[in-house]
Structure formats: C-alpha cells, structure tokens
Design a protein around this ligand. Structure first.
Ligand SMILES: [Zn+2]
Ligand SMILES: [Zn+2]
Length: 384
C-alpha cells in the first residue's frame, strides 16, 4: 500500500507524492488516519533549508485524526477514537517523562547526548510526520489524547492542541502571566497569537503584541490585545509608554532565531534584547521561539554556531528570570481541550486557510513568503 505525503525535496521545495504506508511496527503503536495537519512556523525553518532535515522525509507535527488500527499492547485507545497527538513523541517512562517533561524524552530521541523528539522534525528522532494520510504513533496509549463527540466538527480547533495552543500557553507559564498582568509578546505569528490568546484567557489586564504584518496585527486586535507595529514605532518605547514607563510585568518571545528588522535584515538577537528592555525589573520572560545549536545558513560566524549576542548585563541588572525551550504539550493539552469542548476557547480563529493535502506546495510557498492573509494553514488529507 502507498499513501500520499508532503515530502521535502530540498530548500523551498516540497512535493505531494506516494510513500510507503505508515503501519504498526511495535505492539504499543497506534495507527491514525490523519484528517487535519497544520503547517507550522517551525516547518518553515526546515522548508527553507535552515536545518539538517533530510530530503525524502516528510513534515507534519501538528496532527489530528481517527484511529484505524492499534497494536496488541495498546490498552486504552481503540479503533474509531478521534485523537490529537502532541508534536512531542514521548515514551512516558523515562526520567524526564516521569517528571512531566515530555518535551525532553530520553527514549524517543536516539542521540544519547540529546533529549526530546517530535514527528517530522529535524534532529528530533526518526519519526515520520503527519502531513500524510496515515501516521504511526509510538507509545500510543501515552501520546494520544482522545476527543469527544464534537471531535470531527471542531477538528480545526482541536488540532491546535498538537502544538501552537499549548506552546503559546507554555510561553505565558514560563513568563508567569497572572490575572491583571501587563504582558508583552514579540511575534504575532500563530504562536504569538496563541500566547496573546492564552494571556487573555488567564485574565491579563493588558496584552501588547509586537509585529509588523497588518493581517497578523488585525487578528491580534480582534481578540482584544494591543497591536504594536515595529515598522512604524520603536516597540520598546511603545511598551514603556503603555506601562507608565515601567515596562511590562512579563513577556514572551515567539519569533526565534530568524528574527529580522522591518527591512528584512536578519538579526538573531533582535527580539530577545528588545524583550529584556520591554519588561520591568524582576519580570519573567518566556522564550518559545526556536533557537538552534547550529545554523548553517546563519548571517555570520556566531550565528552559524548558534551563538546569539544576548544583552546579559541588562537582563542581570533587571533581575529577570528566563524560561525557554519546546513545550511539554501533555502538560496542557487536556485542560485546553476541555476549554474548547466547553466553548470557552476557539483557537481556530487564527486559521486563514483550510486546504487539501495536494495543495501543500503552494501553501508552503505563500506561508513562507508571509503573503498577506496567510496566517495559519490546516491541511485536510482526503479520507473515507
Ligand atoms: Zn508546530
Ligand atoms: Zn520519555
């Protein structure tokens, strides 16, 4: 049997082509027919050839579908269940998983000195992605989150539980966002939007979001956050003006190492250093934007080694705290699922396009170009 998948061919090139079917390989595997799979900003780092993602593999770490087969060692998950999968692949029984740190699983990552694994992701283990008709889910009982009767109808909301809704929420947890807080968020891409949305759900008093794309800033305004356009104003000054000169209580970085100024010049430290100056003394920073240990396409020698000139003096002087890294999705996906089920959260608001899998190549191109109106793409592989 062969299935369709969005295969990486090299920088800025993907094609929808036939690959061998995903299948049950171990007794604890679950096989999922994918019905919703998102294109993520972190796919774009790989798509642009800015990672060592191998050609011939396929992307897709934000996946939802229904179960079509389970291995003989699976107890809880059954054929017919609708499930959403965390982007993290995790075993459930290693030292880190036992502490809830499924983002740093030691079993699913084959490189001994590293930790953490993901579906369809550079350096995160051998696991194929879900931008395909079928997905093999290892340790299926642990990794599958079951959905209720509204799963199919609300799948565009629930699929956001695979990554960006928990990741945005995690940014606000790292930043200790609490009711009444004034919070600044750098980046109004899908994760920045989710961080703003999460801060608002938590009862933040004022949420300010820095970006420069009008379509993104408009989506930010729609949820009651304050857009700051850094192509027209100094964002640090703007945040200080909105906080009586003190700076925000806390802040989130949702941009990552390909940060660039408004004329397009890449500057990996740009948002980090602006964030430090935008947050008041003793405030906390949550950094979920992606940074990498090596970046072959980096703008200079330091960037190529993953070294970011961080304004540590200013950071230390302010007594700030910083949390970083990928999100342990399982820590949040169950309560966030129940917010969706209860009608209290509709993260699909961020979605601009829902397309069949076949249109992935053009979707990648538009999303990568940050073309106006392409804020978030959900692909729907055909299914019966
Ligand atoms: Zn993602
Ligand atoms: Zn583990």
């Amino acid at each position: 049997m062969i299935m369709k998948a969005v295969v990486y061919e090299g920088p800025k090139s993907v094609t929808v082509t036939d690959v061998p079917d995903a299948r049950i390989e171990k007794p604890t595997d679950v096989l999922v027919r994918i019905t919703s799979t998102n294109i993520c900003g972190s796919d774009l780092h790989m798509y642009e050839g800015r990672t060592d993602f191998e050609t011939g593999r396929w992307f897709g770490h934000e996946n939802l579908g229904h179960v079509v087969e389970v291995g003989p060692g699976v107890d809880k998950i059954a054929v017919g269940d609708w499930v959403v999968l965390p982007f993290n692949v995790a075993c459930g029984h290693c030292k880190n998983c036992e502490r809830g740190l499924t983002n740093y699983c030691l079993t699913a990552q084959p490189e001994k000195a590293w930790a953490g694994a993901a579906f369809g992701f550079a350096d995160m283990g051998p696991w194929p992605g879900g931008q395909a008709e079928l997905l093999r889910v290892p340790w299926g009982d642990f990794n599958c989150l079951r959905l209720g009767e509204d799963a199919e109808e609300k799948q565009t909301d629930y699929v956001m539980l695979a990554d960006i809704f928990p990741t945005g929420y995690h940014a606000t947890e790292l930043a200790h966002v609490s009711p009444g807080d004034q919070t600044v968020i750098y980046g109004a891409g899908p994760v920045g939007w989710m961080a703003a949305y999460s801060a608002i759900l938590k009862g933040a008093g004022k949420v300010m979001v820095v970006d420069r794309h009008p379509d993104r800033l408009k989506k930010i305004e729609e949820i009651g956050a304050i857009p700051i356009d850094d192509s027209t104003v100094d964002p640090v000054e703007a945040v200080l003006d909105l906080t009586m000169g003190l700076g925000a209580d806390n802040g989130c970085e949702c941009v990552g190492y390909q940060a660039h100024d408004h004329d397009g010049t890449e500057q990996p430290n740009l948002t980090l250093n602006r964030l430090v100056k935008s947050v008041r003394f003793t405030g906390a920073l949550g950094v979920v934007g992606v940074y990498v240990p090596q970046d072959p396409g980096g703008v200079d020698d330091l960037a190529k080694q993953g070294i970011v000139p961080f304004d540590f003096g200013e950071f230390w002087f302010r007594g700030q705290a910083l949390g970083s890294g990928q999100c342990p999705v399982k820590k949040y996906n169950r309560p966030l699922r129940d917010l969706i089920a209860g009608g209290k959260a509709t993260p699909s608001q961020v979605v601009s396009h829902e397309l069949p899998l076949e249109q992935a190549p053009e979707a990648y191109e538009h999303f990568d170009n940050r073309d106006d109106g392409w804020t978030k793409v959900v692909l729907h592989p055909a299914y019966t």
